[in-house]
Design a protein around this ligand. Structure first.
Ligand code: ZN
Length: 356
């Protein structure tokens, strides 16, 4: 079984296909300005060579083509997206990570990544291969978060069709998260605006322990986090004290976190928290693993509930003229990309970009 698992992974890394290739080239050059969105994407976000998504599903809960599918949906409606021209560099990563951690990733790539993304057979692959097909896409998505943060300041809102690596800490990675894109975007903003405040609204089904650790002594960052209290991560519960607005939900047997419970909580607390924190910039981690049927999230929020959730966050930000950048983060069902696409369609109406 273990050999089969390993063979499937290796073959998935070698199969070539062009299912999602060419999307960027098609749309970027000739799209008129009024059809361009502050939505950030690059075909190299996908882990593994193009077209390996079906095989990768056998070894990992990630739908590595989630971003590609959402981008394809937007392209079909003739929207132009913002391209991410390069990966985050070594020097940029050192702004939020320790030199030891970055050296570990660079010198013992396969072993380190196998542990972080929880795919043990990766440790047997050559370092260059793991860097090319696992780390490079993550660095590209991290650069995407930085670009989206810039676009949000210009347009009032922006979305990165990736990122949201909220478990990555300054000195380590875990829970599929290698690079701390959220803390890098927040740090960049605060470096440029030292008197301002940032709010991280983390609505992924898992606790954002990475940025909680990174900003343990940073009063200019407010954290609002709603997550399954029984979900991973359980190992660093002391970091919950860093979360300013902390909402662990009981997702054990006999409980049901449905639309009414989830959206009711947001209605009671989100606007109030924003009023109290008075942020100048919002980073919204919009994990879709709260969707009913997501085995890693354990909640029962409907697709319509997620669309309402995203709209609620955008509404609270936009009505106060606070720039908001949204990141996709977790979401492990086959329907995740469809829910995100439908939600973005709704947000385009909300932001005045499209008609209902
Ligand atoms: Zn999650």
């Amino acid at each position: 079984m273990k050999l089969l698992y390993h063979l499937m992974l290796v073959s998935s890394l070698l199969v070539q296909c062009t299912e999602y290739a060419g999307i960027d080239k098609k749309n970027l050059a000739k799209v008129p300005d009024n059809f361009r969105l502050p939505i950030v994407y690059n075909a190299d976000y996908a882990m593994g060579p193009f077209g390996t998504t079906t095989l990768l599903k056998f070894v990992h809960p990630f739908d590595v083509a989630k971003a590609s599918k959402v981008a394809a949906h937007l392209h079909r409606a003739y929207w132009g997206l913002a391209n991410v021209p390069a990966e985050t560099t070594h020097k940029e990563l050192l702004e939020v990570h320790t030199p030891e951690y970055i050296a570990l990733l660079e010198n013992h790539t396969a072993a380190a990544v196998a542990k972080i993304v929880e795919i043990p057979p990766l440790a047997k692959l050559p370092n260059w291969l793991v860097d090319r097909y696992v780390l490079a896409p993550m660095r590209r998505q991290t650069a995407g978060t930085l670009l989206a943060a810039q676009l949000a300041l210009k347009h009032g809102w922006a979305i990165n069709l990736g990122g949201g690596f909220h478990h990555a800490k300054p000195g380590s990675g875990e829970g599929f998260c290698v690079y701390g894109d959220i803390q890098l975007a927040a740090k960049r903003y605060l470096d440029a605006h030292p008197m301002h405040k940032v709010m991280i609204i983390d609505l992924d089904a898992h606790r954002g322990n990475g940025h909680a650790q990174a900003f343990i002594n940073e009063p200019r960052v407010t954290i609002f986090d709603v997550y399954g209290g029984n979900n991973y991560p359980q190992q660093d519960l002391e970091l919950c004290q860093r979360i300013d607005f902390n909402f662990p939900l009981d997702i054990g047997p006999g409980t049901c976190i449905d639309d009414a419970v989830y959206l009711g909580l947001l209605q009671r607390s989100l606007a109030q928290a924003i009023e109290a924190a008075k942020p100048d910039f919002i980073i919204y981690n919009a994990g879709t693993d709260i969707l009913i049927g997501d085995r890693l999230g354990g909640m029962k929020v409907s697709a319509q509930g997620i669309i309402k959730r995203d709209a609620m966050v955008f509404h609270e930000a936009l009505t106060r003229s606070i720039p908001v950048v949204m990141l996709l983060s977790g979401g492990y069902t086959d329907e995740s990309n469809e829910v995100i696409s439908a939600s973005i369609d709704n947000l385009l109406v909300l932001t005045g970009k499209a008609q209902a």
